[in-house]
Design a protein around this ligand. Sequence first.
Ligand SMILES: NC(=O)c1ccc[n+]([C@@H]2O[C@H](COP(=O)([O-])OP(=O)(O)OC[C@H]3O[C@@H](n4cnc5c(N)ncnc54)[C@H](O)[C@@H]3O)[C@@H](O)[C@H]2O)c1
Length: 258
Amino acid sequence: MKRLIGKTALVTGGAQGIGFEGAKLFAAEGARVVIADINAERGKAASSEIGAEFVRCDVSNAADVEAAVKAAGTVDVLYNNAGIFWVGHDGRITDVSEADWDRVIAVNLKSVYLFSKFAILAMMASGRGGSIINTGSSAAQIGIPDCDAYTATKGAIVQLTKSLAVEYGRYGIRTNCISPAAIMTPMMRQSNPENSTFDEERFLKLRTPLRRYGTPEEIAKVALFLASDESSYLNGATIVADGGITVNGDLSKIDTDA
Ligand SMILES: NC(=O)c1ccc[n+]([C@@H]2O[C@H](COP(=O)([O-])OP(=O)(O)OC[C@H]3O[C@@H](n4cnc5c(N)ncnc54)[C@H](O)[C@@H]3O)[C@@H](O)[C@H]2O)c1
């Protein structure tokens, strides 16, 4: 079944990871896909692999974002996926420099303001409504140490999802959010398995009820649901897609060898 025929989907940060798999599935479901990413080399290669269009864009830059939305023309689906988890820069609030704090806020949160603003204007002008998919994190659901700027952006995104849902629902524009965790992507590899202080065995046994990482394909299926008319009465929702990580109290009480 082709669920996105006749629709244009704009995917930020679609050059790799979760965004790439989302863009790929949207294209397979019949959408015209436009990838907006700061990495031109990877973005062009990713786009040609799945038959998408590419626009180089720093999501924190207003002129870039306006140009990207203009290049897309009609926007039926906006997938606000781009983000950074800035290992070595972000951290505990007493350690983060003002410049690094500002950069994380700009890339992760200002980007959602900018893209949503220009895309909503385009959606309202088209009269076709639309679906906006934001990206939260387990950091928006629970307190995770040592990434305070990231946490602040993700919590804000979950809340902004709700106000956009309330404000623009009457135009047929639905805004929802996906909060993933432990999805195996370049970002995840850098922040966890490639980090020398990370204890993978402990993480999978004690933090992760499904005892495995998630895949970007698993998040892409949630994004497709939100992009398509199958989720036509979802507005303001956050779908937590984390294998149960954020509802886990204490896995040490469970037989970890079973
Ligand atoms: N992987 C996970 O487990 C996980 C967990 C929670 C939330 N998330 C969120 O999911 C989203 C995607 O994560 P991922 O794991 O695929 O990350 P990733 O680092 O693998 O990919 C991110 C993409 O965003 C692009 N990007 C970064 N800064 C940009 C900028 N300024 N302008 C334009 N593009 C930019 C990168 O070039 C890259 O293509 C992010 O918002 C992330 O915070 C991921």
